[in-house]
Design a protein around this ligand. Sequence first.
Ligand code: DX5
Ligand code: ZN
Length: 236
Amino acid sequence: MSETTRDFYIAPSILSADFARLGEEVDDVLASGADIVHFDVMDNHFVPNLTIGPMVCEALRKHGVTAPIDAHLMVKPVDRLIGDFIDAGASYITFHPEASDHIDRSLQLIRDGGCKSGLVFNPATPLSFLDYVMDKVDMVLLMSVNPGFGGQAFLPGTLDKLREARRRIDASGRDIRLEIDGGVKVENIAEIARAGADTFVAGSAIFKARNEVDPHHYDSVLRELREQLAGMSSRP
Ligand code: DX5
Ligand code: ZN
């Protein structure tokens, strides 16, 4: 990997993995060059789907996964699960501002537990939730689909929102990652990077590239995603 591409993180969303062999799927995608494991937690209340919780995160750690685990909490209320994910070995914990009555406190809970904290913005959620907490976030995550399901199309209005989020992060002078989640593919990752993202969640684009014949079956899609980012820098 060249210096210019090292700052970009690719974060496969295991929502699209084969849950019956999740440990191997995570091993395979990391061996193929992924940087972070994106872990989607849905509660059938905040979002209309039900997925996996802290026990599965802990199981991945026990299985031997040492890469950062990026827990995206789509649950309400959120504070109790923050504690559970800290104990389960999460690295990043992000939540939606609508899911917490006390955003500042929830962010502090995450950092007090030794994890990196982040706020997630649905397509219609304003970035103004960042106004008074820029010093308490390590990651800003913009949803480019309405959360709940993999395989949806990227909402193009997110590009302007990314530019605005990038402007705010750069103006803060802080080391804050800008993550994008939903509909990221080989065809659009370059445009998304140009709009300011440095961390790319991709679920269906990566796991649909599964090829049971090839033991390195995620190598080619990860290479194609990185090729699109080659020569760009995540920092201005
Ligand atoms: C959507 C989840 C995403 C999802 C992305 O609610 O937060 O992480 O898995 O899937 P793709 O990449 O298929 O849009
Ligand atoms: Zn997600």
